[in-house]
Design a binder for this molecule. Structure first.
Ligand SMILES: Cc1cc2nc3c(=O)[nH]c(=O)nc-3n(C[C@H](O)[C@H](O)[C@H](O)COP(=O)(O)OP(=O)(O)OC[C@H]3O[C@@H](n4cnc5c(N)ncnc54)[C@H](O)[C@@H]3O)c2cc1C
Length: 537
């Protein structure tokens, strides 16, 4: 049907079948709406469908990450580890899709290439890669903050004669490293997980590092039947806690400041955090470690000492200690014997700031001082984060305005959900929303968007849009929250910088850095006042 016809093909089109899209579909079906998901992949799961690289696993506690909306689902699902591996999470999301019969409204192998607003019809005209077009009253993006992989800007990647993989486009068949010469480029959270796993079996592993990150131990453990029963009994309390903490994790900042306590107390506290599972050392530390330079330097010094203790060769240890940013100002990779990998005789660390990669050759990788031969090259070079998945779709609003132009100087949103001049488009986990332990934010985001759609349906509204004033005030608020944060003084995906993507060399405020409870309070207020802060027609 052409987009200008009176009634659109769908009430709602959702782009993406990850955790956000699946739950959004479930909720909208409850309203009796005609909903369709278009998904690039061949299956559900988003992040957990694509990231099949060796060692991929949670940094959130498994049970705190899972959906909380269905008691039956909570009762029947058992997690085998405190931080589950990717295969288990993918099984879980497939189970969710089956249990709630979600697949019948999901069209796989269907990448959305364009979405254009049609003012006359008050609908969106959505185009897929195969050229087919579909119209919809509402368009919901569930395209992920970390779903647009980036390759390094190095010449010759297509020349290599061995096997090469990007971690987020890993094959569905197993890849063997036994006896092979393997290269990993990249040492972010994904690189760290990959390296520590590949090092177990590779004949020889060479790690190409541009920027070391501050990593901390994961301390993963299996969960037995008895422990799982205890965890289940504590679900109501646990989810309540996640609603109350700063970033929806089980961990939340300590009330004290770093220098409120003696040196001995401080060191003892940090030793305790370093020995505990999960993000405690990042999210549950003294409350000033990410804003006070001296506090951050003291903590960084503590973690640097740990790295020196764990890595035998002092020169290698120094290379692994970040010098251009403090602990926690970039995403902290959690690791399991990552640093010990560099004590293995078959592992080499190449600092590509000292000896830059010049090109990929048919046999391997050429740096400024050597040519290395490989059987396998792994690109752990991450994502064009937060706005990247939007940039890859030709989204046009009122008067054909491209979203990319609208956001040329950084995202501008209302509550991270709506954009002025892009009516009837809602974003899940878009820029300017609370992230943290993301599924907790997903459930909130989806429930809020569902309320808005129901509100519009109940009143026969066909145009729902953010106002200029609303967008300005939320965007200013998000920017003001970023003032004084040490993380905003550092280049990283969290500040929108990606040296592999043209036009993304300048830091922007793409993330909401206030507390999740404060975010929800503001969104609740807008909903409670019948969305009158929006332009409704
Ligand atoms: C390796 C890794 C580990 C992570 N670990 C954690 C963790 O421990 N804790 C945590 O809270 N978060 C973690 N995250 C973040 C994770 O992305 C979120 O937790 C969550 O999975 C996001 O779900 P989503 O549905 O919003 O997005 P995604 O899971 O990214 O799903 C988006 C979907 O949209 C599809 N899509 C995108 N563009 C299009 C298009 N144009 N057309 C059609 N389909 C499209 C994609 O194919 C994808 O399937 C991790 C991310 C990665 C990459």
């Amino acid at each position: 049907m052409a987009a200008t016809d009176a009634s659109p093909d769908y009430d709602v089109i959702i782009i993406g079948a990850g955790m956000s899209g699946l739950y959004q579909l479930y909720r909208l079906r409850e309203l009796g709406l005609k909903v369709r998901i278009f998904e690039t992949g061949t299956g559900v799961g988003g992040t957990w469908y694509w990231n099949r690289y060796p060692g991929a696993r949670f940094d959130s506690e498994s049970y705190s990450y899972a959906y909380s909306f269905s008691q039956e689902l909570l009762d029947e699902w058992n997690w085998s580890e405190h931080f589950a591996g990717q295969p288990e999470t993918l099984r879980y999301l497939n189970h969710v899709a089956d249990k709630f019969d979600l697949r019948r409204d999901i069209q796989f192998r269907s990448r959305v290439t364009a979405a254009h607003w049609q003012e006359g019809a008050r609908s969106w005209d959505v185009t897929l890669e195969d050229g087919s077009r579909h119209s919809t009253r509402f368009l919901i993006t569930a395209i992920g903050p970390l779903s647009a992989p980036t390759m390094p800007r190095i010449e010759g990647t297509d020349m290599f004669r061995g096997e090469s993989f990007h971690t987020a486009r890993w094959p569905h068949e197993p890849v063997s490293f036994a006896g092979k010469r393997v290269a990993v480029i990249g040492t972010g959270a994904t690189g760290v997980q990959t390296i520590q796993e590949v090092a177990k079996t590779a004949g020889h592993l060479t790690v190409f590092q541009r920027t070391p990150n501050w990593c901390a131990p994961l301390h993963n453990r299996t969960i037995g039947a008895e422990e799982m029963a205890t965890i289940k009994a504590g679900y109501p309390e646990m989810f309540k806690r996640c609603q109350e903490t700063f970033a929806c994790f089980l961990h939340t900042p300590n009330r004290r400041r770093t220098f409120d306590v003696t040196l001995e107390e401080r060191e003892a506290f940090w030793e305790k955090l370093y020995a505990e599972p999960g993000f405690g050392i990042w999210q549950g530390n003294f409350r000033d470690i990410l804003v006070d330079r001296a506090a951050n330097a003291a903590l960084s010094d503590f973690v640097a000492r740990k790295i020196r203790q764990r890595v035998k060769d002092p020169k290698v240890a120094e290379k692994l200690i970040p010098k251009n940013h403090g602990f926690g100002t970039r995403r902290v990779p959690l690791e399991t014997r990552y640093y010990e990998v560099y004590n293995q005789p078959n592992v080499l660390l190449v600092d590509i700031k000292e000896t830059p990669i010049e090109r990929i050759t048919p046999k391997g990788i050429k740096t400024s001082d050597a040519e290395y031969e490989f059987d396998i090259i792994i690109y752990a070079t991450g994502f064009d984060a937060i706005t990247g998945s939007f940039d890859r779709i030709d989204i046009r609003g009122v008067n054909g305005l491209p979203l990319k132009d609208k956001w040329a100087d950084g995202p501008q949103t209302f509550l991270g959900v709506l954009v002025e001049d892009f009516p009837n488009m809602m974003m899940l986990i878009g820029p300017h929303t609370a992230l943290g332990n993301i599924p907790r934010s997903i459930e909130y985001n989806v429930d809020w968007v569902t309320k808005l759609v129901r509100f519009a349906e109940d009143r026969g509204l066909t145009r729902v849009a953010a106002t200029e004033a609303g967008v300005k005030s939320w965007t200013d608020h998000v920017k003001s929250l970023g003032i004084g944060l040490l993380s905003n003084e550092v280049d990283s995906w969290m500040t929108g910088v990606n040296r592999n993507v043209a036009g993304k060399q300048t830091r922007i405020i793409a993330r909401y850095s206030g507390s999740a409870p404060a975010y929800r309070e503001r969104c609740d207020e807008v909903a409670a006042k019948d969305f009158q802060e929006l332009a409704l027609a």
